[in-house]
Each structure stands twice: as structure tokens, then as C-alpha cells.
Design a protein around this ligand. Sequence first.
Ligand code: PGA
Length: 236
Amino acid sequence: MKILKFRDKKEAIEKASTIIIDLIKKNPKAVLGLATGGTMVPLYKKIAKEYKKQNLDFSKLKTFNLDEYAGIKDPLTNRNSYHYYMDKNIFSKVNIQKRNINFPSASEPDYDKQIKRVGGLDLCLLGIGRNGHIAFNEPGSSFKSITRKVKLTDNTIKANSRFFRSTKQVPREAYTMGISTILKSKKIILLAFGNKKAKAIKKVVKEKVSKRVPASILHKHNNTTLILDSRAASLI
Ligand code: PGA
């Protein structure tokens, strides 16, 4: 596991966007696993900016989002869906083709097979929960898990309630790529910023691989980079 520490979030975002853009330039048909959450907002903003500036072409990219809430009616127009988030933050700003965009859902039971059919993920972008989750693979998730429907923990519901009017409105279930789905990606980058992520990063970096900290399994992946600001890296 490679660990890159940056003075601040801006520098970390610069690095992450360079890695992603270089990969897309080298392989315009790349298959990307994409995360949502607050962490990724400035990254997508930067990528959209570079897309325009460098006149990039995203038309052949294929994307598979890591997760989506379950039971959200009409995810395309529902402001709380991850599909809506992706459209708003990145998809609407670049020439990605709608047919190349994928989200896990009840109507996509073979998500892992679909990913395999297009050659597997070339890059998987990850955030990390304060409890060490990756995508919605909460503590205790099997390292062999594939894309499936999961129950969210109270911690995650509470953390995500900041995007909703009240905690009550946060869906209790979601579809998520599994840990084995993520680990099959040829390259993984995990981004973490701020003090609130410092303890989780410490557990990942300093402690043994354990199901209690799902992100710790990334030690077993041969091409993972953690991109951290000084706050998230303050305990390592
Ligand atoms: P955040 O979420 O980017 O909103 O902090 C990350 C996560 O829970 O995986």
C-alpha cells in the first residue's frame, strides 16, 4: 500500500485528479469504479475543470458507481440519490455517454458479471467511512462479498444524514459493490481528508487486516494508493 500525504486537501485533489486523468488519456476506454460522498465533490470539480481545459474525451469511458441507496424512487431526479449526485457533480459536465454509466440496483443483479464482461475495473476510486467502511461494506462484511443489498449501520445513517433534511429520511438500505468486487480492480485510490478520518486511517495503516475495518483489506491489494491530507494522516 502506497501512502501519499499532502499538506492540504487542494494538493491531494491535484494529485488524485492527475492520476485519474493520466489513466484516461492512456486508456480512453478505461472502466472506472466511482465513489460519491463529500470527499469526492472537489475531485470531480477539478476533473471537470481539467476536462474542459485539456479538451479531454470521456465518451468511451465506462463507469460503475460503487453504491446507491435502495428504495429511492426515480434515482435520476431524486436529489438524494447517488445517481443525481454523479449527474450534478461530474456526468453533466463531461461527454460521458449515458449508456456507459452504471449503478448497482435491484434491476442490475449481475453487476459483478457486467463489470467482468467489459474487462474489469481499471481504477476504483474509494472514500472511507469513519468506521472504516469502503463503499457500503460496513464492519463485519465478508472480504469475499460481491455486489449486493446491505443494511446501513446507525453510524453511517448518522454521518449521511447531513445530506438529508432529517436522519429519518436517510434510507436504511443500499446496494453496494462487494469487497471482492473492489479488490479485483487493477488499481485503487482511496482519498481521505480531515480530522474525522484520522482514526480510521490509523486503523487501516497501523493495525492488522480485520473485518472490523473493511478498508484494512487494501493491504492485500497490490496497487493501492492512499491519498491523504495532513489532517487525515495526523495519527500515522
Ligand atoms: P464522505 O464519505 O466522503 O462523505 O466522508 C465517505 C464514505 O463514507 O465512504
